[in-house]
Design a protein around this ligand. Structure first.
Ligand SMILES: NC(=O)c1ccc[n+]([C@@H]2O[C@H](COP(=O)([O-])OP(=O)(O)OC[C@H]3O[C@@H](n4cnc5c(N)ncnc54)[C@H](OP(=O)(O)O)[C@@H]3O)[C@@H](O)[C@H]2O)c1
Length: 312
């Protein structure tokens, strides 16, 4: 059997979050749904930022009824910069504070395609959309400090290699997995860069590898019935865990008091000590960061390029 995933502490999972406002993007399924549900259980005001508003609203009503917390849904399509701007405007018009922005939504191995604004789908949805959302909400996060930005990456960022000369895959034959890896590397690099920029503001920016979840993310790679039924026992033995288990590192980053000491860091296994196997005997996987993450020059370049692409 694979080792058990490391869990967020009971102390953190029982903190009272009444009055705290959290946005969870992509919370209609998988990891984001579990994060939203747990934060509501702890009393937080949760705004589910969802591409499918009907599904988001139905789930918001369900979680509100189950937990008694104020849970609502608002429309957000990260593949449209206008939708990101509309969401940020609507949120600022209806809320006076923001304690945690959880950039969780993502897509993997999508067929070759472009967002509304003409960006390669995964670079646009996984990186540029959340980048713009975060930038637009930083003033409110700053005014609500201490506050946190949790950016969902993946261990696969390790295989990323950002080609600044061909960010939209116009010159190379498209490779859906490589585009995913690159987008997730951009997320880790950008979270680190924002952490540097936000030092001493009381706003903490981190990135997270949640673990390998049984979720809809795989839908462009494998029919869901193959993951959920045909191959389920094998995948489980290989280390696939539940969305709830994969929500733990994100929840740790929202809730643990030690996290602000690691502004810009990449978390896995509820910790930044993922590199030291002896310190973390359980869980999956323990991979080091991509060396590009520590490259300040590349981080600055990515930040500048993204800022221009999203029209800031
Ligand atoms: N599952 C894993 O093993 C794994 C491993 C490492 C990292 N991650 C990361 O964890 C995050 C959550 O994934 P998951 O496993 O929970 O997958 P999931 O169940 O497919 O959830 C993804 C969420 O993102 C939303 N989304 C997709 N495109 C969007 C868009 N354009 N605008 C707004 N929302 C959009 C989806 O909404 P719709 O319902 O509208 O599609 C859904 O709510 C992702 O960032 C993923 O890359 C997952």
């Amino acid at each position: 059997m694979p080792p058990k995933p490391l869990m967020c502490s009971t102390e953190n999972l029982s903190k009272d979050l009444t009055g705290k406002v959290c946005i969870v993007t992509g919370s209609t399924s998988g990891i984001g749904l579990e994060v939203a549900r747990q934060l509501a259980k702890q009393g937080a005001t949760v705004v589910k930022a969802c591409r499918n508003l009907d599904a988001g609203q139905a789930l918001a009503r369900e979680i509100a009824a189950e937990t008694g917390a104020p849970v609502t849904a608002m429309r957000l399509d990260l593949g449209s910069l206008q939708s990101v701007r509309d969401f940020a405007n609507e949120f600022e018009g209806t809320h006076t504070r923001l304690d945690a922005l959880i950039n969780n939504a993502g897509v993997m191995n999508t067929p070759e395609g472009l967002t509304v604004d003409g960006f390669e789908t995964q670079f646009g949805v996984n990186f540029l959309g959340p980048f713009l959302l975060t930038k637009l909400l930083i003033p409110l996060l700053g005014a609500s400090a201490p506050s946190r930005i949790i950016n969902t990456s993946s261990v696969y960022h390790e295989r990323g290699d950002i080609d600044f000369n061909d960010l939209q895959w116009e010159e190379r034959p498209y490779n859906g997995f490589q585009a995913y890896h690159d987008s997730k590397l951009a997320v880790v690099m950008s979270a680190r860069r924002m952490g540097q920029d936000l030092a001493d503001t009381g706003v903490t920016s981190v990135s997270v590898h949640p673990g390998w979840a049984q979720s809809n993310l795989v839908k462009n790679t494998l029919p869901l019935w193959v993951q959920n039924y045909a191959l389920y026992p094998v995948l489980k033995l290989m280390g696939m865990i539940t969305p709830w288990e994969c929500a733990q590192t994100t929840l740790h980053c929202v809730l643990d008091e030690d996290v602000p000491r690691h502004n810009g860091a990449y978390f896995s296994q509820c910790s930044t000590l993922y590199k030291v196997k002896a310190d973390k005997p359980g869980g999956w996987p323990l991979e080091p960061r991509n060396p590009a993450v520590s490259d300040d020059e590349m981080g600055a370049r990515l930040h500048d390029v993204a800022t221009k692409l999203v029209g800031l």
